[in-house]
Design a protein around this ligand. Structure first.
Ligand code: ZN
Length: 257
């Protein structure tokens, strides 16, 4: 694994065949957002064949589907919407860059801007904690408590919470607008906290898209994922099933003469 900034991993060697021996189909390693993007394709087989999946988590993950195929690029890093620059003079990001979408629309950034207290360790490289290593789990249960706090604040029309999520949605729109222009994408699926906070994120995203890419991604083509935490698992499993259907001979024993 070359890099997993939000896990604190950098050039880690994972001996997966040793950890998981005797698997007939071998092992595939997935980026979480890419796998979740594939799951969206599986649950919407008659939906858009070209779309951008964007998941708000500790960071912001993305998956780009072109012609019903995941586009990952030569090194597997395509679709990383979280590291598209939305604020050229912004804060340092875990990727080593500056002003990425993740520094505005990632969970830590939103919590900080909304004044939500955090019961979990800060994530390496996010906003005000650049360079600090923690290796916190993205599924830390205290994160969902903070998300609940944020949602309660939004429902109570708390000004700081509304501004934080509004800014996240606006910045998300800047990144989506540029990506939609570049890849001729007209549909977006939102996952993670973007789906959870869809009531507030979608209007801000729409306003932003109307400014930065008018008419490119219509409101009716913005949808919320209903898969939650299971999306990445379903997408990864489905991908293996698909590879098996395409080449079933891979699990057959060698023919005897
Ligand atoms: Zn970045």
């Amino acid at each position: 694994v070359i890099a997993a900034p939000n896990l604190g991993w950098n050039n880690e060697t994972l001996d997966l065949p040793a950890l998981l021996p005797e698997l007939p189909l071998g092992i595939r390693l997935f980026n979480e957002a890419n796998a979740a993007a594939l799951a969206e394709l599986q649950v919407r087989p008659h939906g858009h064949a070209d779309f951008l999946f964007v998941s708000g988590e500790v960071g912001v993950g993305g998956g780009l589907l072109i012609g019903s195929e995941l586009f990952t690029g030569p090194s597997g890093h395509a679709g990383e919407l979280g590291h598209v620059v939305v604020q050229p003079d912004g804060t340092a990001c875990s990727c080593g860059g500056r002003g990425c979408l993740e520094t505005v629309a990632g969970q830590d950034a939103i919590f900080a801007a909304a004044g939500i207290s955090r019961a979990f360790p800060a994530v390496a490289g996010n906003a005000e904690n650049a360079g600090q290593e923690t290796g916190v789990s993205p599924s830390d249960p205290s994160r969902s408590e903070s998300l609940d706090q944020l949602k309660s604040a939004l429902l109570a029309n708390d000004a700081a919470a509304l501004a934080a999520v509004g800014q996240a949605g606006l910045s998300l729109g800047v990144a989506v607008a540029s990506s939609a222009r570049l890849f001729n994408i007209s549909a977006v699926v939102l996952g993670g906290h973007f789906a959870l906070l869809g009531k507030w994120i979608v209007p801000a995203l729409n306003n932003s898209l109307a400014i930065y890419a008018p008419g490119v991604v219509r409101e009716e083509n913005i949808s919320l994922s209903g898969l939650g935490q299971t999306g990445a698992l379903r997408g990864a499993a489905g991908s293996v099933v698909r590879s098996l259907l395409e080449a079933p001979h891979r699990i057959l024993p060698p023919a005897t003469p």
